[in-house]
Ligand binder design. Structure first.
Ligand SMILES: [Zn+2]
Length: 452
């Protein structure tokens, strides 16, 4: 029997397993003594480990942080590292179906996690089963490592590394094909006002999302409402101005986008402050914001830089005011060949003027593997051999995956090029044919890694 025929035989089993995992709303919850991320992520882990145990694999549960199923012998470990936790989903947020009841329309399956990352985890389970059925000699151990905290901090993987160390070769099916050989580094920080006449500012959202809405209360007649409106109209921005006796309440609406691609969005905070400046408002903090960030998403004014693989991105996501001080978030993704030290140094040089100041809170180094390293070549070959796609190039990413948290690992699949599976959004879906293709690619990839 060919691998394709074996996958055909396992198709129903694969979809049943996926439906079972999708039914668990494994979003992070309240921790308890033996459930570090709440009951539901733990339940998803126990369910997945039980599936692998019933299929005859050795399984290990690492304190309900994560667990793994293993096959093979030898010193070296090949890790396939996926996650069973999800981001929240509510049917009223635009879902056409119940996000926790997987729907199969014959072409696609719908439900939270079918693409990120429960589908790829189940595809990896099937790849292990098929590899075993094939009787392929296993000179290394293959471990399917399943975490339960990827979406909210990857503390699961940290626990794995503390218990078991790095893997010798690894991929996480939580990115894109044909593979991600570089992940940008990150700098998270805040800016604060030192001097401002604004009465209040509020832009809620998330640090890693371009601001979709920002409101400010501004002293009456401190700016020209006409010029403000002209500026926003010219830039095709939606806004509201409520004129009161002593002040105006202004709200600007932006276009949200992920912080790794802020150029695809329109930042409500930035348009609000730029509009006020254009409209003649004299305010030290607004000047500080406009000169350090303005409408730029490439760090212009603070730490602009790039390498041959891409440019730095900067996003200001949330902002608020407390006790007269405005504070907002900064999310920077910097090029894969730079170090956080270099970026922080640039920030230090521009971090302050009389209107405001910037503080760096945390940094994460980038991830970079030369594309011609044996592990990466093995993985890409598996993708090309199975799909026949010789065109799509390896890529770098602005986001972060598990690959940053464990040695010798890259993101490899499970998304196919130029697809949008509505990951983290309503109506997340996966093509059934692509799930089967994932199994085939992973069978091939594991064989290639075993041969290294
Ligand atoms: Zn994911």
């Amino acid at each position: 029997m060919t691998v394709k025929e074996m996958i055909q035989q396992y198709e129903q089993e694969m979809l049943d397993k996926l439906a079972k995992l999708v039914a668990i709303n494994s979003v992070e919850g309240v921790p308890s003594q033996d459930a570090p991320f709440g009951e539901a992520p733990k339940e998803a882990l126990l369910c997945a480990l039980q599936m692998m145990e019933e299929d005859g694999f050795k399984t290990v549960n690492l304190d309900n942080y994560c667990g793994y199923a293993e096959m093979g012998e030898g010193e070296e470990v090949i890790g396939v590292i996926g996650h069973l936790d999800i981001v929240p989903a509510k049917q009223e947020d635009g879902w056409n179906t119940n996000p926790f009841e997987m729907v199969n329309d014959g072409t696609c399956v719908y439900g939270r996690g079918v693409s990120d990352d429960k589908g790829p985890v189940v595809a990896s389970m099937m790849a292990m089963k098929i590899l075993r059925d094939l009787g392929f000699p296993l000179s290394k151990r293959i471990r399917l490592i399943m975490g339960t905290n990827e979406e909210t901090g990857s503390k699961c993987l940290k626990h794995y590394v503390e218990c078991e160390g790095d893997v010798n070769y690894g991929f996480t099916p939580d990115g894109e094909f044909p593979g991600v050989y570089g992940e940008k580094g990150m700098v998270h920080g805040v800016y604060r006002s030192k001097k401002t006449e604004l009465l209040s500012v509020l832009g809620e959202g998330a640090m890693n999302i371009v601001s979709g809405k920002c409101s400010a209360r501004v002293v009456k007649n401190s700016y020209s409402t006409k010029k403000f409106k002209d500026y926003l109209n010219q830039n095709e921005m939606r806004y509201e101005i409520e004129e009161k006796e002593e002040y105006d309440d202004i709200t600007v609406y932006g276009l949200p986008a992920h912080a790794s691609t802020p150029e695809l969005g329109k930042n409500a905070i930035s348009y609000l402050f730029m509009g006020l400046k254009e409209a003649g408002l004299q305010d030290a903090f607004v000047d500080f914001y406009c000169s350090h960030f303005g409408l730029h998403t490439d760090g212009e004014g603070l730490c602009k830089c790039e390498d041959e693989y891409g440019a730095l991105t900067l996003n200001t996501g949330v902002i608020s005011m407390k006790d007269g001080v405005i504070e907002g978030s900064i999310d920077i993704r910097f090029p894969v060949t730079l170090t956080s030290k270099q970026v922080v140094k640039m920030i230090e040089e521009n971090k302050e003027d009389e209107g405001g100041e910037i503080e760096v809170l945390s940094t994460t180094e980038p991830l970079y593997f030369p594309p011609d390293s044996p592990m990466i070549e093995s993985l890409v070959k598996a993708y090309r051999d199975v799909t026949g796609d010789e065109e799509t190039q390896l890529m770098t990413m602005g986001g972060g995956t598990y690959a940053k948290g464990i040695g010798n690992t890259i993101a490899f699949g499970a998304g196919f090029p130029n697809r949008d599976y509505h990951i983290h959004n309503a109506n997340e879906f996966a093509y059934i044919d692509e799930l089967k293709l994932q199994v085939e690619i992973y069978v091939e990839a594991l064989q290639n890694l075993l041969n290294l």
